[in-house]
Design a protein around this ligand. Structure first.
Ligand code: MN
Length: 289
């Protein structure tokens, strides 16, 4: 399994100097850097330059995407659905230029969810299945897999468990759409980590790693051996991307609800050292035993 990290660990806003992040994660020993689709460059030459830089440093790129409320594939409003399709299509083109083949996130809905708005889960589910299916064909054209992230109840209402995601993906029924699990969300919703991973099985296409409070893996109490064994048991060979959030402040801190520093030292140097240590820990935990 290849191990990566989401760039926003080091950022307060959903943007960053991706060239710098490529060098950083390569120096730390990672295989993958995950980027935010919303802040990808639109310039073709810049995308190709990022692709080449990553290639030179032996780094694969993956995309993360959290569509906003006005670009939701589960909406009943045709204008919002059409925004969502146009936005995702644009990102799929960008990802193809980056030689990135997976985009993960709550692609079937919007984020952060606003529970002050009324919703109808059955209706939104049907809308989402239809629209995700349509987008699967576009994704296939660009060589990208749509990995639908299972989100906890506080961040989404459509897909909260691996079993729900399997049902959704089976209804979509397209090889370019699969399941994405995130240990942070699983810790809230799933009866069993290994059980949820087995339920996802051959449909699992992307994984996020994080502790219950979103510190780097190894600094909390999630059962990493159980998680690693289950991933090996199902023959998972996709990406495992750490998604730690440890700093308060900025849009990232606000939207992720980080109201305190999760580490005593959040200097760049300390964040790098923690990421490196966590990478070594996860290489051990994800190794087949
Ligand atoms: Mn995640």
């Amino acid at each position: 399994m290849k191990i990566g990290i989401y760039y926003s660990y080091w950022e307060h806003e959903w943007r960053g100097d991706y060239h710098r992040h490529i060098d950083r994660v390569a120096d730390l020993g990672f295989d993958i850097l995950e980027l935010s689709c919303a802040s990808l460059p639109t310039d073709r030459a810049e995308l190709i330059s990022l692709r080449d830089h990553a290639r030179d440093r032996g780094i694969s790129l993956t995309g993360g995407h959290g569509p906003g409320v006005n670009a939701s594939l589960c909406s009943d409003d045709p204008a919002i659905v059409s925004n969502a399709k146009a936005e995702l299509t644009g990102h799929l083109k960008q990802l193809e230029l980056l030689d990135a083949h997976v985009v993960g996130g709550g692609l079937y809905s919007y984020w952060p969810v606003d529970y002050n708005r009324p919703f109808d889960k059955a209706r939104d589910w049907a809308n989402a299945v239809r629209n995700v299916r349509e987008m699967s064909f576009v994704a296939a054209d660009h060589g990208v897999t749509l990995a639908l992230e299972v989100l906890n109840r506080f961040e989404g209402y459509l897909i909260n468990t691996s079993a729900e995601c399997r049902r959704f993906v089976e209804e979509v029924d397209h090889p370019n759409t699969g399941i994405m699990l995130d240990t942070f969300h699983m810790n809230i919703e799933e009866d069993s980590f290994a059980g949820a991973i087995r339920t996802a099985g051959n449909l699992l296409k992307h994984v996020h790693l994080g502790e219950a409070n979103r510190r780097v893996p190894g600094k909390g109490r999630l059962p990493w051996r159980e998680i690693g064994n289950a991933l090996n048991e199902i023959g998972y060979d996709g990406a495992c991307v750490m998604e730690p959030f440890v700093m308060q402040g900025g849009t990232v801190g606000q939207q992720i609800r980080v109201w305190r520093e999760l580490e005593q030292d959040v200097s760049e140097q300390a964040l790098d050292a923690d990421a490196k240590e966590s990478l070594q820990f996860m290489r051990y935990m994800l190794k087949e035993v």
